[in-house]
Structure formats: C-alpha cells, structure tokens
Design a protein around this ligand. Structure first.
Ligand SMILES: Nc1nc2c(ncn2[C@@H]2O[C@H](COP(=O)(O)OP(=O)(O)OP(=O)(O)O)[C@@H](O)[C@H]2O)c(=O)[nH]1
Ligand SMILES: Nc1ncnc2c1ncn2[C@H]1C[C@H](O)[C@@H](COP(=O)(O)OP(=O)(O)O)O1
Length: 228
C-alpha cells in the first residue's frame, strides 16, 4: 500500500528563520525543502517565460504577482508525488493559499512569530550568496572565510532591503498579506505558531511537534515517509 506523504508549509516575516529552520527539518525528517526563492532563481537562470517575468518584479524589489507564482510552482508541486515536502516562502497571499489548496491538502503549517527588534538585528547582519540563496549571519552562522560563500568561495553580498529603513515597510506588508492566510490555516486546524528570539530555542519545540507526526529518519529518493 502506498504510504501517505507529508506536506507542510513554513511561514513568517522576512528574517524569521524560515530558511534556517527548513534546513534543520529537511535534515532531521528527510522532507524535501522547497523554497519559492529557489524556484524563482532556477527559472530566472533557465530563462523560462515565468522566470523572465518574475525577474522584472524581483529586480524592482517587488513581490511576484500571484498568477506568475502559481503558474511556476503548482505544476512542480503536482509532480512531487513521491516525496514529502516542506515549502518555504509560498503561499504568501490568500490567493496563493487558495490555489495551493486546490492542488493539495496540507498536513501542517508552521508560523514563526519573531519580534521586530530581532528581525532588524538579524537582517542587518545577513549576508547572501546570490547564485544559490545560501544565507549567513556574522554572529549566528558565519561563513568559514569572511565575505565568501562556504561552497563556491564566491563573494557574499548584503541586500539593501535587509537594512532597517526598508524592513519596516516589508514587515507591514507581510502582516497585511499573511493575516488572512494565517486565519485560513487556523480555521483548518493545521496552524502551529512558534514565538521567540532565537532559532536554537524554538527548534526543540518544532522538532518535538514533528516527531509526533513523522518518523525522524531521512527519506531516500525512492521511499515515502509513512505517517505513524
Ligand atoms: N543571531 C541569530 N541569527 C539567526 C538566528 N536564526 C537565523 N538567523 C540568521 O538570520 C537571518 C535570517 O534567517 P533566514 O533563515 O534567512 O530567514 P527567512 O525567514 O528565510 O528570511 P527571508 O528569506 O527573508 O524570508 C540569516 O542571516 C540567519 O543566518 C538566530 O537564532 N540568531
Ligand atoms: N510566494 C511569493 N509570492 C510573491 N513573490 C515571492 C514569493 N516568494 C518569493 N517571492 C519574491 C520576493 C523576493 O524578492 C524574491 C526572492 O525570494 P526569497 O529568496 O524568499 O527572498 P528574500 O529572502 O529576499 O525575502 O522572490
């Protein structure tokens, strides 16, 4: 009999640690970590129609329109019939959440609730490897060589919109668009919210929640993760 797959979404404001926590979940539970930012970067690099369109928004620091995001992501999710996954960065808006809903049933949504001061400190200290999207923080997870990506050795950059001046409006925007999405998942009974200032302190709670839902062993390419 085919084992049931596990599908989860992680939400939170910019800098809340979605990427960092997703990596830990992927490693501990063998879920595939899917990221909207990675899908966008892949499509931009491959010059797909959606990628070319998305690029024009991202270059201007804008959110990519819902219809472009759903056209790009939903077919990829539909293909994932053999893997449990955790999606980071999608859905961002109610329209995206409704579109996702029509494609698959989510088992769980993690929402990160992190104070503004913490986000500001983290993001002003965030360094990014543009080509891969790998992130570093000079205090929390510094690169092995200062200013260089651990894998490629290429230079790291900082985003202007990670600086405090841009952060206030990004956070306001996140709150406005995320609220109805959070309400939707709350009403479905699948929302779990975690609050705190340090990823290392939040992680044990997420770990223990997921341990009740998924066995903690890595998934191989051909296995499904059965639910207990
Ligand atoms: N000081 C500190 N930095 C952290 C902690 N957790 C994550 N970070 C860093 O904070 C920054 C933001 O974390 P990400 O995992 O990129 O957050 P995100 O929610 O994916 O951010 P977006 O991609 O902008 O939506 C990165 O530079 C991380 O290395 C923490 O507990 N303490
Ligand atoms: N679900 C979504 N809807 C609309 N735009 C999105 C999106 N997910 C990502 N984007 C856009 C906004 C970002 O400028 C860009 C890169 O995504 P990211 O790597 O998650 O970015 P960042 O860490 O800069 O927030 O893509």
């Amino acid at each position: 009999m085919m084992a049931k797959l596990f599908r989860a979404v992680i939400m939170g404001p910019p800098g809340s640690g979605k990427g960092t926590i997703s990596e830990r979940i992927a490693q501990s539970f063998g879920l595939k970590h899917l990221s909207s930012g990675d899908f966008l970067r892949e499509n931009i690099a491959a010059n797909t129609e959606a990628g070319v369109l998305a690029k024009t928004y991202i270059e201007r620091g804008l959110m990519v329109p819902d219809h472009v995001m759903t056209r790009l992501l939903l077919p990829r999710l539909e293909e994932m019939t053999r893997h449990s996954w955790l999606m980071d960065g999608f859905p961002c808006t109610l329209a995206q959440a409704k579109a996702l809903n029509s494609t698959c049933d989510l088992d769980l949504v993690i929402s990160l609730n992190i104070p503004y001061e913490t986000l500001k400190d983290r993001l002003s200290d965030r360094w990014i490897h543009l080509a891969s999207g790998r992130v570093y923080n000079m205090g929390f997870n510094p690169p092995r060589v200062q200013g260089r990506d651990d894998l490629s050795g290429e230079p790291l950059i900082q985003h202007d919109n990670d600086q405090p001046e841009a952060l206030v409006s990004r956070l306001r925007h996140y709150k406005d668009v995320a609220k109805p999405v959070i309400d939707l998942y709350k009403s479905k009974g699948i929302l779990h919210t975690f609050s705190g200032t340090e990823t290392d302190r939040i992680w044990p709670y997420i770990n223990s929640l997921l341990s009740t839902k998924i066995p903690s062993r890595p998934e191989t390419d051909t296995q499904h993760i059965p639910l207990p």
